[in-house]
Design a protein around this ligand. Structure first.
Ligand code: SAM
Length: 263
């Protein structure tokens, strides 16, 4: 049965999101490039460069050193095929000569994680403690991720798919070290009226059609477009989060950060 995302009850959202990403995972990276005309790469580059602080160069080799401890721990939640995680590792290495930074990717969908593992196998990070894939839910992170253990928590194009924003934030708060950073990358709304019209045509006509032609799956891409439409603007979200921080999280000492790609 096809039903629009807007009509889906919250209790069914998680399983719908699960089937959407299982269906799109084999072609996820190619489709991201086609549907955003490559622009998602720029958003992700600027997200990572804004969030990653200056790191010291590596003191230890990440391979074969039993005493090795990561100096900077990142958690990329809803990390999918590893786009953000790989950018963090590349930037740390290229800009700071750092190969100690460690990223753990947590995602609800095993198909997406599987594509990510295949992708990392083609990189120098394969089989090193620098990258790890974990099956898990943003709303209730795996318990091996200890309280106050994470320096940088990122969630890119993932938070709008989660059923409970307060649960995601409260888990982020639990695992972040005091002074750690939270980075959320999500779609915004287009404010320019001319561009808004172009975006409307692009997202409601072209994207589902591309999904149908390139991935044989129109419905999943229809869902993605509708979920972007339904998600509040980051300004609204920020004021809600402020309230949320006060009510749910108590005293906030972590750095909040929000970026919005204007699709
Ligand atoms: N962060 C990646 C990127 O920017 O390319 C992937 C984004 S993809 C649009 C959204 C991801 O969120 C999917 O891989 C999906 O499985 C994951 N996801 C959805 N709900 C989740 C949840 N509650 N916990 C963890 N991951 C979730």
């Amino acid at each position: 049965t096809h039903f629009g995302f807007k009509e889906v009850p919250e209790s069914l959202k998680e399983s719908l999101v699960g089937s959407v990403f299982t269906s799109v995972s084999p072609k996820y990276d190619v489709l991201n490039d086609s549907m955003s005309l490559g622009v998602h790469r720029l958003w992700k580059d600027s997200f990572v460069s804004a969030l990653l602080p200056k790191l010291p160069p590596s003191m230890h080799s990440p391979t074969g050193d039993k005493e090795w401890q990561p100096s900077f721990r990142c958690l990329d939640v809803a990390g999918g095929t590893g786009d953000i995680a790989l950018r963090i590792l590349d930037r740390a290495r290229e800009k700071y000569g750092n190969r100690d930074v460690q990223v753990e990717i947590v995602d609800l969908n095993e198909g997406m994680l599987h594509e990510g593992v295949k992708r990392v196998a083609q990189t120098m990070y394969y089989n090193t403690p620098q990258i790890k894939f974990t099956h898990g839910n943003a709303q209730s992170l795996p318990t091996h991720i200890a309280d106050n253990s994470i320096d940088l928590y990122t969630i890119a194009f993932g938070i709008r798919n989660c059923t409970s924003l307060p649960a995601v934030l409260s888990e982020a708060y639990r695992v972040l070290k005091p002074g750690g950073r939270l980075g959320v990358l999500e779609f915004g709304k287009v404010s320019n009226p001319l561009f808004r019209e172009f975006y409307k045509q692009w997202s409601f006509s072209v994207i589902p059609l591309m999904g149908q032609i390139l991935a044989g799956d129109r419905d999943s891409y229809q869902y993605l477009v509708e979920s972007i439409e339904k998600f509040p603007t980051y300004k609204k979200q920020a004021s809600k989060s402020e309230k949320c921080e006060k009510e749910v999280l108590g005293q906030i000492i972590r750095t909040g950060f929000a970026l919005s790609g204007e699709a």
